[in-house]
Design a binder for this molecule. Structure first.
Ligand code: NAG
Ligand code: NAG
Ligand code: NAG
Ligand code: NAG
Ligand code: NAG
Ligand code: NAG
Ligand code: NAG
Ligand code: NAG
Ligand code: NAG
Ligand code: NAG
Ligand code: NAG
Ligand code: NAG
Length: 804
C-alpha cells in the first residue's frame, strides 16, 4: 500500500466533511480506507483489531481513524436508559428502543452507565444489544465500558458486604482482596467492566455523612485496604480476550482528592490545606492503591480554592506526570457543571468543558448537562486544541484495550454461576465476624454463655432492623439478617429465651416504648441494647421526606445518639442487670456515658447481609472478636478532630469535667472536657489475651533508602483461639518539618490458637519514613525513629531505629 500524503488527505477531505475533521492537524499516513475506516486499504487486519498487537500500537492505530465527533463521544458517559426502560425494577420485558440506542451511542459511548436495579436477564439483554451495535454496526466498532457501583457489594441485587468502614475494621487485607474479587465476579458475568470503588477519602472530619464509605482516618490503612480492593476487583482477565489485557474489571479510586475533610463537615464544601498536608495525608492512599487502577474519579470539592475537576496540579502535574498514570480519569456525576453552578469559576458550559478537559478530566459522567458536547465546536473553531482531545481519547482507548473489550465486551452466558454463590457467602460470613470491634468488656461480661444463660433481653431500635450503609440498592435490606433473626437462629437449639423490645424508634424522641424495654430487661439475665445511626438505600436516601443520620449528603452537627436512644440505654442500665451496648453505626457515636457505664460495648459498623448472625456469634463467643477501630471515637463534636496521627504539639491535655452530680471541675484542654478520644484508632479487645516478646529489627541502623522489617513473637496466653492484629507504629523523633506524633507503618492479622505463639514479621519500606520537605520533595532524613509494637492504646514493646 502506498503511503498517503498530507495533500491527498486534504483533497479527499473536500469530498466529505468527516474526513476534513479527521485529518486536521494530523500527518498520519493513511493506510486505512477513508470510506470504511475500520478496515485497511490493503485488506490487512487493522492493528487496532489485532489482539496480539501491543496496546500502545493499537491505540495509535485507532486514534487517527476517528472523527472529532467520535473522539468526543468517547469522552462522555452514556446511559443504558437511552434504549432500555428500567423504570420498574421488577419489569422483565426484553425490548429496546432502536432510535434511543442510536442517538445515545452516537454522542455518548465512551462508557455506559448501567447501575440499575433490574432483573439480571434484562440487563444482560440490554448490554448485549448495546455492545453488538457498537461492535458490528458502527464504522470503527469501539465497545463501551459498562459501569456500576459496588463499594461494598455489586448494586444490582448482588451480595452486600459491610460498609467500607466495617471492611477496614477487619484489618484483613487478604480477606478484603478476596471479597473485592467476588464483587467483580458478580458484576463481570452480567457485562460490567468498571465499578466505582474503592473510596479512599480519609475520615478525619466526622460530621461528614460519607464517613461510612471510607476505610477510616489513617492514610496507611486506607492505602493498604484500597490496594487490596483494587487488586481483588481487577484480578484476572476477561474471558476470550487478548493476552495483553491486564484486568477484568476497572476499579475506580475516588474521590481524587482531599474530599473527606469538607469545611463544617458539609458535603462538597471546600477543603482547606496546603501542599504538605495534601501529599502527606490525602494523596498517600491514592499513590499506594491507584497507580495500577484502571480508573480514578475526581472529587466534587475544591482544595485550597481550586476545584478538583479543574486542578492541573492534581490531575496533570501529579497524577499524569509524577505518577505516570495512563488510564481513565472520570468526573463524578454532574460535577463539571459545578464549575458554573457551585464553584463559580465559569459562566458557560463551554468554559466548564474546556477547563475540565485541559486540566485533566477525561470522561464526563452523566448527571449534569453534558458540557463535553460543546467540544467538537470548540475544537473546530480553535477554542480548544485538538491535542488535548487526542491525549484524552488515548487514555480511554488504552483502558478499553487493557480490559480486553475489543475482543469480548459481552456478558457471559453462564453469569448466574458467579452470582450469590455459597463460596461468596462463606467469605462474607468471615468478614462479618472480623469487622466487629469489642470496645469495652468490664469484668469479662462477654462472651455470654448459651449453656448457663436462661434469658436475654434484646432491646433497641437496631435489633429488628437490617442497618445497611449507603450505596446499596432499593430494598437490599430484604436480603439481610437482622440481629433479632441472627440471635434467634443462633440460639435455636438452646434453652435461652429472647425477650425483645424496640424501646424507641431511631428517629423519634417518643419515650412510650421504654416501659416495655424495662419489663423485658427485668425478666432477663442480661440486656443487649442496640442503638446507633442509620442510613438508607440509594433510592430512599435521595427521596424527599425520608430520614437518616448518615450517608451521602446527610451531615451531622452532633455525634451523640439521636432521639430517645440515650434515655433508653440509661433506663435499661438502671434495672441493675448487666448491660451490653451494641453501637450499630456508620461512624463513631460520641457518648461518654456509655463508655463509663455499660458493662460491655460492641461496635458493629454497618454490616452486610450476615451481620445479625455474626453479632450473635461474637456476643456468645462462637468466635473471638478481632476487629480494630479504623477511626477514633471522640467524646463530642467539640473535641474533634481526634485522629491518632496528629502532628506533634497538636494535642495538649489538661482536662476538666462536669461530674455526675453536676460539679464543675475546671481544666484548660478542655475547660470541661478532654481532647483524648473515648477509643483511639487501632483499639479493639479480644476474648483471649496476647503478649508480645522478642522484638527485633532486621537492622538497628539503615540507610535512607533501605527497607527493613520488624519482627515480634506473639503469644496467645488466654484460653481461646483468636486472631490478633499486630500493629507497628513509628515516630520520627526530630525532623526538618513537623511530623506526626505517631504513624502506623505496618500491620498483620494473624490467627493463633490458645496457648500458641507465632513469629510475625512486618515489612516496612524506607519511603514510608519520608516527609514532604521544604524543598518540595519526599526525603527520608537521617535520625532516630521510635518503633512501637502493639495496639494504639497498648504498646507492648518498643525500640529505636537509626537512619544514617
Ligand atoms: C417505561 O416503563 C414504565 C413502567 O414499567 C411505563 O410506565 C413507561 O411508560 C415506560 N416508558 C417508556 C418511555 O416507554
Ligand atoms: C425511543 O427513544 C426516542 C429517543 O430518545 C424517544 O423519542 C422515543 O419516544 C422512544 N420510544 C419509545 C417507544 O420509548
Ligand atoms: C445492526 O445491523 C444489522 C444489519 O444491518 C441489523 O439487522 C441490526 O438490526 C442492527 N442492530 C442494531 C442494534 O442496530
Ligand atoms: C434478587 O435476587 C433474588 C434471587 O437471588 C430474587 O429472588 C429477587 O427477586 C431479586 N430481587 C430483585 C429486586 O431483583
Ligand atoms: C467557538 O465556539 C464556541 C462554542 O460554540 C463559542 O463559545 C466560542 O465563542 C467560539 N469561539 C470562536 C473564537 O469563535
Ligand atoms: C496544540 O497543542 C500541540 C501540542 O501541545 C502544540 O504542538 C500545538 O502548537 C498546539 N496548537 C495550537 C494551535 O495551539
Ligand atoms: C469463549 O469462546 C468459546 C469458544 O470460542 C465460546 O464457546 C465461549 O462461549 C466464549 N465465552 C464467552 C464468555 O464469550
Ligand atoms: C466488676 O466486678 C467487681 C467485683 O466483682 C465489682 O466491684 C465491680 O463493680 C464490677 N465492675 C463493673 C463495671 O461491673
Ligand atoms: C422516618 O422514616 C421512617 C421510615 O424509614 C418512617 O417510618 C418514619 O415515620 C420517619 N420519621 C420521621 C420523623 O420522619
Ligand atoms: C460530687 O461528686 C464529687 C466526686 O465526683 C464529690 O467530690 C463531691 O463532693 C460531690 N458533690 C456533691 C455536692 O455531692
Ligand atoms: C507471654 O506468654 C508466654 C506464653 O504464655 C510466656 O511464656 C511469656 O512469659 C509471656 N511473656 C510476657 C512478657 O508476659
Ligand atoms: C521505650 O519507650 C520508653 C517510654 O517511651 C522509653 O523511655 C524508652 O527509651 C524506649 N525504649 C527504646 C529502646 O527506645
Amino acid at each position: 500500500m502506498a503511503p498517503t500524503t498530507w495533500s491527498r488527505i486534504c483533497a479527499a477531505g473536500v469530498l466529505t466533511g468527516t474526513i476534513v475533521t479527521l485529518a486536521r492537524g494530523s500527518s498520519e499516513d493513511l493506510h486505512f480506507s477513508l470510506v470504511s475506516r475500520g478496515t485497511n486499504l490493503d485488506g490487512s487486519l487493522p492493528v487496532y483489531k489485532d489482539p496480539n498487537a501491543l496496546i500502545e500500537d493499537r491505540v495509535n492505530d485507532l486514534l487517527p481513524r476517528m472523527t472529532i465527533e467520535e473522539k468526543v463521544a468517547q469522552l462522555i458517559q452514556g446511559d443504558m436508559n437511552g434504549w432500555m426502560n428500567f423504570t420498574d425494577p421488577l419489569d422483565d420485558t426484553l425490548a429496546y428502543n432502536q432510535t434511543g440506542l442510536e442517538l445515545m451511542l452516537a454522542q455518548k459511548s465512551g462508557a455506559v452507565w448501567g447501575g440499575y436495579l433490574t432483573p439480571w436477564d434484562k440487563f444482560v439483554y440490554g448490554a448485549t444489544i448495546g455492545q453488538k451495535y457498537l461492535m458490528e454496526n458502527t464504522t470503527l466498532g469501539i465497545p463501551a465500558i459498562v459501569q456500576s457501583e459496588g463499594l461494598h457489594g455489586f448494586t444490582n441485587n448482588g451480595t452486600i458486604w459491610p460498609s467500607p468502614i466495617g471492611l477496614a475494621a477487619s484489618f484483613n487485607t487478604e480477606l478484603l482482596q478476596q471479597a473485592a474479587s467476588t464483587i467483580a465476579d458478580e458484576a463481570e458475568g452480567l457485562g460490567f467492566h468498571q465499578i466505582f470503588a474503592p473510596v479512599l477519602d480519609l475520615s478525619r472530619e466526622l460530621r461528614w455523612g460519607r464517613v461510612e464509605e471510607n476505610f477510616g482516618e489513617d492514610p496507611f490503612l486506607t492505602g493498604e485496604m484500597g490496594n487490596a480492593y483494587v487488586t481483588g476487583l481487577q484480578s484476572g482477565r476477561r474471558r476470550n480476550t487478548s493476552s495483553t489485557a491486564i484486568a477484568r474489571m476497572a476499579a475506580t479510586c475516588k474521590h481524587f482528592a482531599a474530599y473527606g475533610s469538607p469545611q463544617g463537615g458539609l458535603n462538597i464544601a471546600q477543603v482547606s490545606g496546603g501542599e504538605r498536608e495534601l501529599r502527606t495525608s490525602y494523596l498517600r492512599p491514592f499513590n499506594k492503591a491507584c497507580v495500577q487502577a484502571l480508573g480514578i474519579m475526581t472529587a466534587y470539592a475544591s482544595y485550597d480554592g481550586v476545584p478538583a475537576v479543574a486542578n492541573t496540579h492534581l490531575l496533570t502535574d501529579i497524577l499524569r506526570n509524577e505518577w505516570g498514570y495512563p488510564y481513565l480519569v472520570t468526573s463524578d456525576a454532574g460535577s463539571v457543571d459545578l464549575l458554573i453552578t457551585t464553584h463559580g469559576v465559569c459562566e458557560t458550559r463551554e468554559c466548564a468543558a474546556k477547563l475540565a478537559l485541559e486540566n485533566g478530566v477525561q470522561m464526563e459522567m452523566g448527571g449534569g448537562t453534558y458540557t463535553y458536547l460543546t467540544l467538537p465546536d470548540q475544537v473546530n473553531n480553535g477554542t480548544v486544541n485538538v491535542s488535548y482531545i487526542d491525549e484524552t481519547v488515548k487514555t480511554i482507548l488504552r483502558t478499553k484495550f487493557a480490559l480486553g473489550l475489543f475482543e469480548n465486551p459481552y456478558p457471559y452466558p453462564d453469569y448466574l454461576s458467579t452470582l450469590r454463590t455459597p463460596a461468596t457467602r462463606a467469605l462474607l460470613h468471615q468478614m462479618e465476624q472480623e469487622s466487629i470491634v469489642l470496645l469495652e468488656n468490664h469484668n469479662a461480661t462477654l462472651p455470654l454463655s448459651p449453656s448457663t444463660l436462661r434469658s436475654i433481653a434484646l432491646i433497641g431500635p437496631q435489633v429488628a432492623r437490617v442497618s445497611f450503609g449507603d450505596y446499596v440498592f432499593f430494598n437490599a435490606s430484604n436480603n439481610g439478617i437482622s440481629p433479632l433473626a441472627g440471635f434467634t437462629q443462633y440460639l435455636a437449639n438452646t434453652s435461652v429465651r429472647i425477650n425483645y423490645a424496640e424501646g424507641c424508634e431511631l428517629w423519634s424522641s417518643d419515650l412510650s416504648g421504654i416501659g416495655d424495654a424495662l419489663e423485658m430487661t427485668a425478666e432477663s439475665d442480661v440486656a443487649v441494647v442496640m442503638v446507633g445511626t442509620w442510613s438508607l438505600d440509594q433510592t430512599l436516601l435521595w427521596a424527599p421526606g425520608t430520614n437518616a443520620t448518615t450517608g451521602e449528603h446527610v451531615d451531622l452537627s452532633d455525634l451523640g445518639l439521636v432521639g430517645a436512644q440515650m434515655e433508653l440505654v440509661k433506663a435499661v442500665k438502671s434495672v441493675g442487670k448487666p448491660v451490653v451496648v451494641v453501637l450499630v453505626s456508620g461512624k463513631p457515636v460520641a457518648e461518654p456515658w456509655i463508655q463509663e457505664n455499660a458493662d460491655a460495648v460492641v461496635q458493629q459498623f454497618y454490616p452486610g447481609e450476615l451481620g445479625g448472625l455474626a453479632l450473635a456469634e461474637i456476643i456468645f463467643g462462637a468466635v473471638s472478636p478481632s476487629g480494630k477501630l479504623p477511626v477514633s471515637f471522640p467524646r463530642s463534636v467539640g473535641t474533634t478532630p481526634v485522629f491518632y496521627d496528629y502532628l506533634k504539639g497538636s494535642r495538649p491535655v489538661d482536662p476538666g469535667m462536669v461530674t455526675d452530680n453536676g460539679t464543675l471541675v475546671f481544666g484548660h484542654q478542655y475547660v470541661l472536657d478532654t481532647p483524648v478520644p473515648l477509643w483511639s484508632f487501632g483499639h479493639g479487645l479480644s476474648y483471649t489475651s496476647f503478649n508480645y516478646t522478642d522484638l527485633e529489627l532486621s537492622s538497628d541502623t539503615i540507610g535512607t533508602s533501605d527497607n527493613f522489617s520488624v519482627s515480634v513473637t506473639v503469644h496467645n496466653s488466654g484460653g481461646m483461639d483468636a486472631k490478633e492484629v499486630v500493629q507497628v507504629y513509628m515516630t520520627d523523633l526530630f525532623s526538618s518539618v513537623v511530623t506526626p506524633n505517631q504513624m502506623l507503618v505496618g500491620f498483620q492479622k494473624v490467627e493463633i490458637p490458645a496457648g500458641g505463639s507465632q513469629r510475625v514479621t512486618v515489612e516496612v519500606e524506607a519511603a514510608q519514613l519520608g516527609l514532604w520537605a521544604m524543598s518540595g520533595a519526599w526525603v527520608v532524613e537521617p535520625g532516630t525513629f521510635a518503633v512501637r509494637v502493639g495496639t494504639s492504646d497498648e504498646v507492648y514493646l518498643n525500640t529505636t531505629l537509626v537512619v544514617v
